[in-house]
Design a protein around this ligand. Structure first.
Ligand SMILES: [Zn+2]
Length: 519
């Protein structure tokens, strides 16, 4: 496994890594057991230089640090090329340099003779080898080149081998190839260069990056280059999370990462550092990858999870989720109750189901709001009475000029012993002000308030054509630093909907902390 999240992944729109970010990701990949990590392009910018300096001081357990670069420029000796000199001087033992293998690119993009390109490849690899580096050659546009001029594409690989490359990495740079072609071309390369190891580097422009990578492995490739969550320029790179899971769980390959139970955590950690949450629909590691909603599916799943799951989620450290909605049957409710640790009689579970159906008709949705759903059930069962009550609140918004708005909220709450607290706070916007005021008022009675933080706030304007009276639904995600939970509020008024979701969020934290007054 060769990870290029820090180089190809960083070329993804909207992603910018700091040196610290890169070091954190390097450590995570090393801990997971990824064989090679491509850290960046020494000599191209000060950030990458600093990264290689710091990464070079680290003792990596599993990973070989790799530096990326290109062959020398034309009409220049490899030894005089500034980029190659930077590669030779960097801390990484391995260098991966790319060069052209498609005659069209050589003639149209570089506008140089085909022979000169071969010279550049061979000299560049040789220079790095003589500087004490181990070298991989990234054969850019290899599959397009192989289709256009097979002989030349193979000659270009041959030049890299002559220079001393230990790996030939076949790149589907434009992401336009299909698995059958990739497999055949890879087999041919293996046949032609028997002793040299072969890798694959695929882009996802035809949504085939993972499939093409697996096809290359079937054709004899021994290394797959990709990124965590498939981030990368345009449609991204091969998603290493899926590649690793497929190779190990489906194809019986032995891969460098031995234990996949940390895969979901790795995906989410990298997403967190990128500040770009992985898509919930990602196979294996996404939040929805093992989410079941249809009532019939859930009832079959209760008998045997193999009925609707290709693997058990814990194999990759993911979780099964049963989604509660008006499509749910009794089996979904029962299964969810087991998760919550609540016993429901048959009558009670039907009562819960009816309640959900009527709330969904009002615009509620509990699929993404487990915490509100748990409170709803506990309230129905008379197991939970809120330890506080909001008696009232007011909001003030002041336009103080300079396009600055100040929001201030005052909140009056009563705890279960009848103590009343009246507090005001300001904030960035009305919801933040309300949250601050509520927190301030309640922290007098409930120390747990100190730890709770709101992490996400979503408003959905509901379809006007639907028969719902309510017009907005608010989802609030909160954390106490260890756990996160989501609550929902619905109203015609966005502030009121937010207040419902906020109050649920706080009640839920109190429920979990055991701050509940027995009835
Ligand atoms: Zn690439």
């Amino acid at each position: 496994m060769y990870d290029t999240t820090l180089r190809d992944g960083a070329q993804s729109e909207g992603i910018a890594f700091s040196v610290e970010d890169k070091l954190e990701i390097l450590d995570a990949l090393d801990g997971f057991g990824v064989g090679f990590v491509e850290g960046g392009w020494p000599g191209s910018n000060p950030k990458d230089d600093e990264f290689f300096e710091k990464a070079g001081e680290r003792k990596l357990k599993n990973t070989e640090l790799t530096a990326f670069g290109s062959t020398c420029r034309h009409s220049i000796d490899a030894a005089d090329d500034a980029n190659l000199k930077a590669l030779a001087a960097c801390s990484a033992e391995w260098c991966c340099i790319f060069g052209k293998t498609w005659d069209f690119q050589v003639e149209v993009a570089l506008r140089i003779p085909l022979e000169e390109n071969l010279r550049m490849i061979e000299d560049s690899v040789r220079f790095l080898r003589e500087s004490g580096k181990r070298v991989m050659f990234d054969a850019e546009h290899f599959f397009d080149g192989y289709k256009s001029n097979q002989e030349y594409a193979l000659e270009a690989l041959g030049a890299a081998v002559k220079g001393g490359a230990e790996w030939l990495v076949l790149c589907d740079t434009n992401g336009g190839s299909i698995p059958a072609e990739v497999k055949l071309a890879t087999e041919d390369v293996k046949k032609t260069f028997g002793d040299v190891k072969v890798g694959i580097h695929c882009h996802n422009d035809s949504e085939l990056a993972v499939a093409n990578s697996l096809a290359a492995v079937e054709g004899g490739a021994e290394m797959v280059q990709g990124t965590i969550n498939g981030i990368g320029e345009r449609c991204g790179n091969a998603n290493l999370c899926s590649v690793m899971a497929n190779l190990s769980l489906k194809m019986g390959c032995e891969i460098c990462a031995k234990d996949l139970t940390g895969l979901t955590e790795l995906s989410r950690f990298v997403g967190e550092v990128c500040n770009c949450s992985p898509s919930p629909g990602l196979p294996y590691v996404g939040e929805k990858a093992f989410a079941h909603k249809g009532g019939m599916h859930v009832s079959a799943m209760a008998k045997d999870s193999r009925t609707y799951e290709h693997i058990t989620p814990d194999t990759v450290g993911n979780k099964r989720r049963i989604l509660i909605s008006d499509m749910s049957g009794k089996a979904s409710i029962d299964s969810k109750m087991r998760e919550f640790g609540i016993d429901l009689s048959d009558t009670e579970s039907r009562e819960v189901l009816n309640r959900i159906k009527s709330l969904e008709a009002m615009g509620y949705e509990f699929e993404g709001a487990d915490a509100s759903f748990e409170l709803l059930v506990r309230r129905l069962k008379d197991e939970w009475e809120p330890p506080f009550r909001v008696i009232g609140f007011r909001l003030f918004m002041d336009d103080v000029g300079d396009s600055t708005m100040i929001s201030e909220a005052s909140v009056k709450v009563e705890d279960f012993q009848g103590n009343v607290e009246h507090t005001a706070a300001d904030g960035h916007g009305p919801v933040n002000a309300l949250d601050n005021a509520l927190r301030k008022a309640l922290s007098r009675f409930f120390p747990i308030m100190e730890d709770i933080r709101l992490t996400d706030y979503k408003v959905r304007v509901l379809d006007e054509k639907s028969a719902t009276a309510a017009s907005v639904r608010v989802l609030i995600r909160s954390t106490d630093g260890k756990n996160s939970w989501t609550t929902v509020g619905v109203s015609e008024n966005v502030i009121e909907a937010s207040m419902h979701a906020l109050v649920d969020s706080i009640e839920y934290a109190m429920l979990k902390a055991g701050d509940k007054p027995k009835k």
